[in-house]
Write a protein that binds this ligand. Structure first.
Ligand SMILES: *[C@@H]1O[C@H](CO)[C@@H](O)[C@H](O)[C@H]1NC(C)=O
Ligand SMILES: *[C@@H]1O[C@H](CO)[C@@H](O)[C@H](O)[C@H]1NC(C)=O
Ligand SMILES: *[C@@H]1O[C@H](CO)[C@@H](O)[C@H](O)[C@H]1NC(C)=O
Ligand SMILES: *[C@@H]1O[C@H](CO)[C@@H](O)[C@H](O)[C@H]1NC(C)=O
Ligand SMILES: *[C@@H]1O[C@H](CO)[C@@H](O)[C@H](O)[C@H]1NC(C)=O
Ligand SMILES: *[C@@H]1O[C@H](CO)[C@@H](O)[C@H](O)[C@H]1NC(C)=O
Ligand SMILES: *[C@@H]1O[C@H](CO)[C@@H](O)[C@H](O)[C@H]1NC(C)=O
Length: 342
């Protein structure tokens, strides 16, 4: 090792010691004259480049840049092994560095240290790294039974700390559910089925949004069961509609007898919530009381539908049930029997 190398080493040690000492000065203590303490903050987005500027006059004998207590450069000599840190030889009176592809770990104080006539001066800059709000983990879609407790989670990162908002979307409209990472739902109802958007933002970039689909399963409820009066030889249709999640399967019965698709000139068509029983050519024997049964994994229910003629048959069925009609019939029979005695 030559003489110059030796002095160079000595100088480096001196710089380290001197700068370490500088850092021992507690924050809040007034900076000595000549120092510009926390002169500036530099804000950059993660991934962007940051230029840290330092100016000096020609009386300067030694200069250095530090990241916290680690030396990045002394003079033109690079100490840092990080290829992202480069010296900018832009102007004679400038001693600036550039950090490429800034990341979160780069955040913190940087010091430009200048030695003029054995008097150290330093310029401290605080590098602040901003990170756009981004969702890093979110609940997967859930499918639960009515009455269950459901908890949704959405974790986001970003700087400054991002806000998190949950929005509920359904066919009945949208509403804000809650602020924060978690949504807790106890005793979930079918009205709470829908899309839950987790929206996170920190004003640095457009909000990041992820959607969690919540499906609430429930047993079938028959919402509509009807028929129209049909004359013999005509086409007759019975309709049955059931809301259910998952969608209901349908079965048709006449009394105990199951009606199967394609038998005796009937067709069963299931489409979504609805089932249709079609008689292509209604006969006398077809009239009567049918049962539509709706089934899914959570339950079973049924409804009765009468296939009746145009007016007459339907009325007779009702008469059989009506006490007033029964009384009328009895009176008629009594009158008839009385008349027969003459
Ligand atoms: C610079 O950033 C630091 C740390 O975030 C903060 O305490 C200080 O107030 C900021 N100074 C200026 C001038 O903005
Ligand atoms: C600054 O120091 C921190 C902590 O040692 C390190 O993680 C980061 O990579 C450094 N950044 C630069 C640009 O030297
Ligand atoms: C998301 O969070 C869940 C629950 O805390 C955890 O089990 C899972 O490993 C996380 N996923 C990722 C990609 O971090
Ligand atoms: C749902 O939460 C309520 C209230 O916290 C609790 O009483 C109930 O046992 C929970 N139900 C289930 C199925 O975990
Ligand atoms: C309907 O059925 C009756 C009796 O089985 C038959 O006479 C008639 O031709 C049929 N009508 C049609 C349109 O198929
Ligand atoms: C049809 O049958 C059901 C039972 O299967 C019964 O409750 C209902 O009263 C019947 N309807 C008529 C009009 O007879
Ligand atoms: C319809 O439901 C009633 C009561 O739930 C039940 O007693 C009846 O057996 C059901 N009918 C059919 C055809 O499933």
């Amino acid at each position: 090792m030559g003489i110059t190398g030796y002095f160079e080493l000595q100088w480096k040690c001196l710089v380290v010691v001197a700068l370490r000492l500088l850092f021992l000065v507690p924050a809040g203590v007034p900076a000595r004259s000549g120092d510009s303490y926390l002169k500036d903050n530099i804000t950059v987005r993660q991934g962007d480049s940051a230029v840290l500027k330092c100016s000096m006059d020609n009386k300067v004998s030694r200069v250095a840049w530090l990241n916290r207590t680690t030396i990045l450069f002394t003079g033109n000599e690079k100490w840092s092994l990080d290829p992202r840190v480069v010296l900018l030889n832009t102007a004679v009176n400038e001693y600036s560095i550039k950090i490429l592809n800034v990341n979160l770990y780069d955040e913190g104080p940087y010091v430009c240290s200048i030695l003029t006539n054995k008097k150290p001066e330093s310029t401290k800059v605080h590098l602040i790294v901003q990170v756009p709000a981004r969702i890093v983990n979110v609940s997967t879609d859930v499918s639960v039974n009515e009455g269950s407790n459901v908890s949704l989670m959405c974790l986001a990162i970003g700087r400054p700390e991002p806000s998190i908002l949950w929005k509920f979307r359904s066919s009945k409209g949208n509403r804000i559910v809650t602020e924060g990472e978690y949504v807790e739902m106890t005793g979930i109802t079918k009205d709470m089925s829908g899309s839950y958007d987790c929206i996170t933002s920190n004003d640095i970039s457009p909000p990041d949004v992820r959607t969690v689909q919540v499906t609430v399963n429930y047993p079938p409820v028959i919402s509509r069961a009807r028929s129209t009066g049909t004359a013999v030889g005509q086409k007759g249709v019975l309709w049955c509609e059931a809301s259910a999640v998952p969608l209901a399967d349908f079965q048709w019965f006449k009394g105990e007898r199951r009606i199967l698709n394609g038998f005796n000139g009937v067709k069963i068509e299931n489409k979504g919530k609805q089932s249709m029983l079609t008689f292509f050519n209604v006969s006398e024997e077809d009239y009567g009381n049918y049962t539509c049964v709706a089934i899914n994994t959570l339950g079973i229910t049924n409804a009765s539908i009468i296939l009746y003629g145009p007016g007459a048959i339907h009325d007779v069925n009702n008469a059989a049930l009506s006490p007033t009609c029964s009384l009328l019939l009895l009176t008629l029979l009594l009158t008839l029997s009385l008349l027969s005695k003459f």
